[in-house]
Design a protein around this ligand. Structure first.
Ligand code: NAD
Ligand code: DAU
Length: 336
């Protein structure tokens, strides 16, 4: 077992990164976290506000900044790398920042880990595997060939390849996880579930892309955090672990569940044009993670998790309201 006491979490002011910081503070009393975050449109220091100052420190900066990394990385035991441009629709409208943060940023962190002999866990996505047909009995495994579809997923695929190369060529101590779609608190209002929930809270109709039959494999972000912690501390160096919680659902099923939770009619939404290149279905086989590390998801009731998430957005309007208008204006410009 690897017992880090001083870790850097990149992207720790974003959705999944901040949930991981909360997880570490709540479950790992001996660990100090340095959050490195550029505070892009997706980063919000509120996500980690109120955590004990002796446990969590925020450094505002760019993972592409090699000079900053030279000053920050030495003395840390590990980096957990969440920082990324994460939204597919944005990557279609403007791919350039995805290349920079996702590819160059990962390269800079790998170089810093090599130079200062620091352990790295790289957080990636199931989207690197492309998509599956709706009627395909298969799910993604660690052996599935890479076949990314979008600018976002192709830059994540590139970042995974860099990590593998730095492990093999330079002996960097790294692991990779590829997780399915997360839901939970602190998710930006551009993403599917928060967008629909906050649309309803604003008196606007939800928006469904294409035919609504695309399938995503939903996992509560806290279960993702637990998996990342297990892989960081007990995973085998050089290995990839898929993270998923048997949560396959079509978008229209999820949307109808949201509408029901608000007591609204199930057809109370608008169909909008499809995302170009829209992946049909993602599905994770998490057998390796379960067998090797004994990880099990805690949030197995999706409807209960969704209800809690809806309640969080209802109770935290001051958190999401400032981003809502600009996000919807971006979508409107794309007819979505
Ligand atoms: P997010 O967009 O909510 O947060 C990204 C964070 O990274 C923000 O705080 C942002 O300010 C920061 N950031 C962006 N560019 C940076 C840079 N150059 N330097 C430093 N910080 C920078 O993203 P998320 O949904 O929380 O995803 C986090 C990670 O998890 C990403 O690597 C993503 O690929 C991966 N992932 C996401 C999901 C999902 O369902 N959202 C699923 C699997 C994997
Ligand atoms: O699979 C993991 C990935 O999940 C992560 O790597 C990404 O960072 C994360 O953003 C997410 O990607 P998706 O493209 O699956 O998530 P998104 O929330 O954008 O959309 C989920 C599904 O809902 C997708 O099929 C598109 C659809 N959709 C989305 C929005 C925003 C709609 O139908 N209407 C919408 O308004």
């Amino acid at each position: 077992t690897f017992n880090p006491t001083n870790i850097i979490v990149t992207g720790g002011c974003g959705f999944i990164g901040s949930n991981f910081v909360h997880y570490v503070v709540n479950n790992c009393p001996d660990v100090h976290v340095t959050v490195l975050d550029k505070l892009t449109y997706a980063g919000n220091p509120e996500n980690i506000a109120g955590l004990p100052a002796d446990r969590v420190e925020l450094v505002v900066g760019d993972v592409c900044d090699a000079g900053l990394l030279d000053g920050l990385v030495p003395g840390h035991d590990a980096i957990v790398h969440y920082a990324a441009e994460s939204h597919n629709d944005n990557s279609i409208a403007g791919p350039e920042p995805f290349l920079r943060t996702n590819v160059e940023g990962t390269f800079r962190l790998l170089e810093a880990c090599r130079k200062y002999d620091v352990r790295l866990h790289h957080v990636s996505t199931d989207e690197v595997y492309g998509d599956l047909a709706l009627d395909d009995p298969a799910r993604f495994t660690e052996e599935t060939p890479y076949h990314p579809s979008s600018p976002y997923s192709s830059t994540k695929a590139a970042s995974d390849m860099l990590v593998r190369a730095w492990v093999r060529t330079f002996g960097v101590r790294a692991t990779i996880s590829n997780c399915s779609n997360n839901y939970g608190p602190y998710q930006h209002v551009e993403k599917f579930i928060p967008r629909q929930v906050t649309n309803i809270l604003c008196g606007m109709r939800p928006r469904l892309y294409g035919d609504g039959l695309n399938v995503r494999d939903w996992i509560h972000t806290e279960d993702h955090s637990a998996a990342v912690w297990e892989i960081l501390t007990r995973g085998r160096i050089g290995e990839t672990y898929l993270v998923g919680a048997d949560g396959e659902r079509s978008n229209i099923e999820v949307l109808r569940a949201i509408l029901r939770a608000f007591g609204l009619p199930e057809d109370g939404f608008d169909w909008v044009r499809d995302r170009p290149g829209h992946d049909r279905r993602y599905a994770i086989d998490p057998t390796k993670l379960r067998r090797e590390l004994g990880w099990e998801p805690g949030h197995t009731d999706f409807d209960a998790g969704l209800a809690e998430t809806i309640a969080w957005y209802r109770d935290n309007e001051s958190w999401w309201r400032p981003a809502k208008e600009a996000t919807e204006a971006r979508y409107a410009a794309q007819g979505m």
